[in-house]
Design a protein. Sequence first.
Length: 614
Amino acid sequence: MCGIAGIISSEGFSQNRDREMLDSLRHRGPEEEGIHTSAAGHATLLHKRLCIIDLSQEAAQPFQYLHYHIIHNGELFNYLELRETLKKQGFQFRTGSDTEVIVAAYAAYGSDCLQHFNGMFAFAIWDEERQELFAARDRMGEKPLFYSCSGGKLIFASEMKALWAAGVPREVNPAMVYNFLTIDYTSNPGDPSETFFQHIYRLPAACLLVYSPREDKLRIEKYWQVYNGDTIDITDHQAIERMGELLSSAVSLRMRSDVPVGTSLSGGLDSSSVVAFCEAMPGRQYSHKSFTAGFPGFEKDESAHARKVAEHFHLDSQFSTIDASEVEALMEEMMYFQEEPVLSASPLVQYRLYQTAKRKGVTVLLDGQGADEQLGGYSKYFKWYWQQLYRQGKLGKTGELQKARALGNEEGFGWSNKLVALFPDFTASLQQTRKAKKAARSSYLSETFRGEQRRNSYYTLPADLSLDGQLHFNSFTYGLEELLRMADRNSMAHAAEVRLPFLDHRLVEFVFSLPANMKIRDGWSKWLLRKTVEDKLPQEITWRKDKIGFEPPQKQWMEHPGVEAAITRGKKLLVDNGILDLSILKKRVHPHHAHAADNLDWKCWSLSYLFKPS
């Protein structure tokens, strides 16, 4: 895990920026650093290193292999197997690092090397012979890569702060601000490259980038995608067995490390499942430590569930918490690393959790993120499944609605849901129009800002209004990307690494090849995962009815005088910048829960950091 950055230019550039760019990424790789400038002076590659695999100096970056120089952030989990394949083709290796395997694979296969990779990564390779840069981001977008390209120069980095250090203007993108405040969007579903800052772009997940400074030509291509709609013919037993094999393999690969490995443990099904598979295959670096966020006295505290799992596997369980008096300072810290706004206080909990893990000597954490978006883990997914069954004339026959309600599911299914099921295209268009009009009527926005941006609404629905269509949309278009961004920045803020077995591309491809009733069945969400781990976990964990969703006591925190004052200052900053109407300052801060529909005050506080001097 590291921080990478680079400047590619046909005319050369000031090397005074190198130091500033490296310093801005120090937190991502505090152990070592390196700089490589190409012979002709057209490329400078910068690297801050966090040693995870092969801790030797031989594996330091930028790393040279033949006429290639590489900088790499992330992990190639199948590097041992791929290295053996490449050895048989005549390639030689001088280190035990995964970075050397990446660049050797590029030498062997060109851009097709990406089809051989199982990992989370963002890397850039400078080809000295062709005078060309090749860069890529992993399939699911776990590791970030930002860039700015203009005036015959490409600047790229793991975080935007390195681009600002290189001289890229820090100009807020008003369209993203408008959609964040009005419809809670943290990215643009129609353009995954867009960020909250103008002239700075995100390389989308599963994309490669090629740049030639001599021609000033930038090319971006998608190299992998999962198609929605084609399901395989498979029995329940076969699906359960295959799910177990894939999850076991995904966890095993992500246990590879030369530094201590632990687990995040919420007490929910996903993180508990990861713990179960970790315990079945402990590696030499497995610490048997789990890390849980706890909030004693809070009605949605999950500590008791996490303790049950920890006791079941005899883990050294570590708990972190946050007091309301800490929230203001913690928010200031976290937003520096996040760079873009967050919708609630939940990321603060994650930030503290990773901080605790690092302080306890654990650098690598396995986590359960991604399962909800693939397997229908949120309550909102039930209506999409019911609509699908209703459209097929099967809802009454299956009894799914009654079974879900018997388990305490309070999701409604009225005439509007039936209308969506029968006329999906019409209702989608109607919903988009309604959302755009509602956003345009937002009275808390200044009249000028609202008038300028009202035509820039990003709201969109899945092309396929079915359960699998919604899951596909949240996994690949909008939803998961935000969670991955928060996890990367919150972990790397403390020089820690998060690995996500549920995002192994083999497992993802398999899950999206399954019919919908493998995901929701008999009123249960994530049915297939529950069946896969029911013999590995306590039954009260496997068949939990309640889904908390990583929720902290945000409402209580917002009642703290220091937090209330900070939110008010944030809103004033947005007024001063022409975003909010002056009248909003006459209204008191409205404390609300993390997942409440009316979350304007927290959003305003988070958004205000975009306008603070860097």
